[in-house]
Every structure is written in C-alpha cells, then in structure tokens.
Design a protein around this ligand. Sequence first.
Ligand code: 13P
Length: 339
Amino acid sequence: MSEFEMEEIALQLVATSKGILAADESTGTIKKRLESINVECTEETRRDYRELLFTSEGISDYISGVILYDETLRQSSKDGQRLAEILSAQGIIPGIKVDMGAKGLAYSEGELITEGLDGLRERLAEYHDLGARFAKWRAVISIGNGVPSQYCIETNAHALARYAALCQEANIVPIVEPEVLMDGSHSIDECYAVTETVLKTVFDELYKQRVVLEQMLLKPNMVISGKECLAQADTEEVAAKTLYCFEQTVPAAVPGIVFLSGGQSESQATENLNTLNETGSHPWEISYSFGRALQSSALKAWGGKKENVAAAQAAFIQRARLTSVARDGKYSPDMESTS
Ligand code: 13P
C-alpha cells in the first residue's frame, strides 16, 4: 500500500455522515457488558452479539470502520464467514485494537501506563494479513488528587508515538487515543487544562518520532465536566472549550478527530457531537468513534435472546443514524422521540 492509500483510508474513516464503531472491548470489558444483560460471556455469545451489530441492515450508511478485538478479527459468523469479511463486503474498513491494556504505572500510585509495544511490529504484520487497515491504542489519564503527573503523561505519550510509528511502517493507519477520563468531580476547566497538556505532549512525541500526521486520526475525550462535578457545563460550553483546546494543540494536517463517548449517555454524546459540528469552521473532520454511545440501546434490546435480534438491530441502526446526523451538525434532541 502506498502512502497515498494510507491517507485515503484516514479520509474514508471520517467521510461525511460516517464515523467509527468501537466494538473492540477486551474480553474482560465485554464480560461486564454481557453480564449487565444477564448473558454469560462465552466465545459464542461474544460472536453472536458482534455478528448482530455487523449485519444490521444499513450499517454502512453510518459506519465507515469498526475497531475489532483480536478474537473478533479471527472469528467467523454462524454461517462460517469471517466477521472482518462481512464488514469489508459492505465497504466498512476493519480495524484492530493493538494495545494490551492499561497497567499500574511504577512509582505513581493510581496512575496507568498502556502496555503492548513488545512484539507489536510482528503483530501488526499479521493483523494486516488478516485485513486490518487501521489500529487503536488507548492511553488513560485520570484527574484527581494530585494527578495526572507529568511523568504519567509523558510515558503514555511516548508509548502512543512508538505505536503510531510502528503502525505507519506496517501500512496501518494509527488512531492515537489519549483519553482523559470523565470520572471524578473536577470542573470542565480542569479537564481543559489536563487535555491541553496531554495533547501538546502527545503531538510533541509524534513529531519527535516522525509520525506522518496526514496518515493518522486522533481519538480524544471531549472537554467536559467530571461526572460527579456539581456544576455541569452545557453543550455550548463543552463545544466551545473543546474546539478552543484543539485549535491550540492539534495540527491542521491531522485529517480527523474521532471522539470517544467516554461514559456519556447516548443522547448526551450525540448532542455534544452535533454542537461541535455546528460551531464554526475547523481544519479537521470532526466525527465519532463511539463504543457505549452506539451500543447501549442495542445491547439492552437484545438481552441475549434470538427473538430480539431484529429489535436490537433496529435500535443499533437508529442510534447510528442519529449519531451520523450529529456528525453532520443536523441533529436536534427532539429527534430522539420522533424517529
Ligand atoms: P466509549 O465510546 O465507550 O468511550 O469507547 C470508545 C473506545 O474505544 C474507548 O477506547
């Protein structure tokens, strides 16, 4: 694949009206999701749930790419077709989560460092053979009692840049995800300050490690109040502060910013995405790479029962459609009840 094709893939992932479905929950995380609907977590139930999502009629109108977990990239549907091929056949680009999770950061209690660099070059070559054309690595930064430390921000930024450079070497478009968590009682301004420092540090490392900005996507948090903060910022403030923060930190050469939902409700994430797209002009595409905010209703509607598959697919498509409308800045909250 040429450099040009990597740029093309990055642009396709943020095409008008489209965004990314994050369905790359690790086995531990998907277990929690399935247990929340009283479904036992087995290789088969994980497959059934993801097959349901990927075969929802009309998915390719709203979803440009899907981030998969290692197991899913190798898995086949009930009828024996590879799940990755079910996506490619619909023009949806398969992606792969390649980090090995966030572990305790030595000498910094309560902070995390994302692991997974050892052997990554070899794993990327295999993932490319299996059809993955983009990848994801998530770094996790918490706000609270004296954290984050600059040490935590720098070590995570360094690892993100090492991952991104290895991806580009393997002709895989890296999604660089430094997530500042919503957990806690911090204000939106504290989130702003931390997000700004994190993004400055990340782009400094990407530059030092020669990552080509045109061939990557950024997957950040929105600048938003902590979940337990008493004074919750409204959607206008979230959009204004998020855009201002990114104008200060994200080079215009980056083709797209694809937000994570980070524990916002489906409607809150959709409304904020819409306000971001409605507000002014910006040099990057602004789209989505939601996990929970695209899946929560579908997961509940399914409940692990065959007879609910059609209802779950309808719920998923309804959510994907509203998110796509918001990605184009044409959503209003009353569409939640009328559509
Ligand atoms: P959420 O949208 O549920 O935060 O998940 C996105 C994701 O991929 C986190 O890494």
